[in-house]
Design a protein around this ligand. Structure first.
Ligand SMILES: [Zn+2]
Length: 158
């Protein structure tokens, strides 16, 4: 006769929770962390109470569950720097793309070409290119309509 074991068997309720194993991350007194699987929360409590759960590293039986929600957080996704970040930048980018598509690229001859058209030496056409800052200033002072294009990405080396 073994009344204790019979009583125990009745208390655990037979097949309840079969297959529903749970995993705990455990930590021992030496702060070793390891994972262990249990048949359920009751089984975990029972095995802990009886000193059956030992640290996987040092064998210490003074283990406990780690607190939930560790302090590690995923960093926020990085913002791609090449994407227009606001409507204004989108418009500027569209403007630049329109100019590059529809205007003649004259490169470093821009100042000369712009002045030549302004003076009527050459027929007007939309152009774009590069000018040194003094050239651009000089054009503006002489009433030649020029506008800086918004620049994106790394500047071209001169
Ligand atoms: Zn340990």
């Amino acid at each position: 006769m073994s009344p204790a074991s019979r009583c125990r068997r009745g208390a655990t309720g037979g097949v309840r929770g079969r297959g529903a194993v749970i995993r705990y991350t455990l930590v021992c007194a030496q702060d070793h962390r390891f994972e262990a699987w249990f048949a359920g929360a009751d089984a975990f409590d029972d095995q802990i109470a009886r000193g059956l759960v030992a640290c996987a590293v040092c064998g210490d039986t003074g283990v406990r569950k780690t607190p939930m929600a560790p302090a590690l957080r995923k960093p926020a996704p990085a913002t791609p720097l090449s994407a227009p970040s606001n409507p204004v930048e989108k418009k500027l980018r569209a403007l630049r793309e329109k100019v590059e598509r529809e205007a003649d690229y004259v490169g470093p001859a821009f100042a000369r070409e712009a002045r030549s058209m302004h003076d009527g030496d050459t027929p007007f056409r939309p152009i774009w290119g590069e000018a040194r800052i003094e050239e651009a200033k000089s054009l503006v002072e002489d009433g030649v309509p020029v506008a800086p294009l918004p620049r994106f990405g790394p500047a071209k080396p001169n």
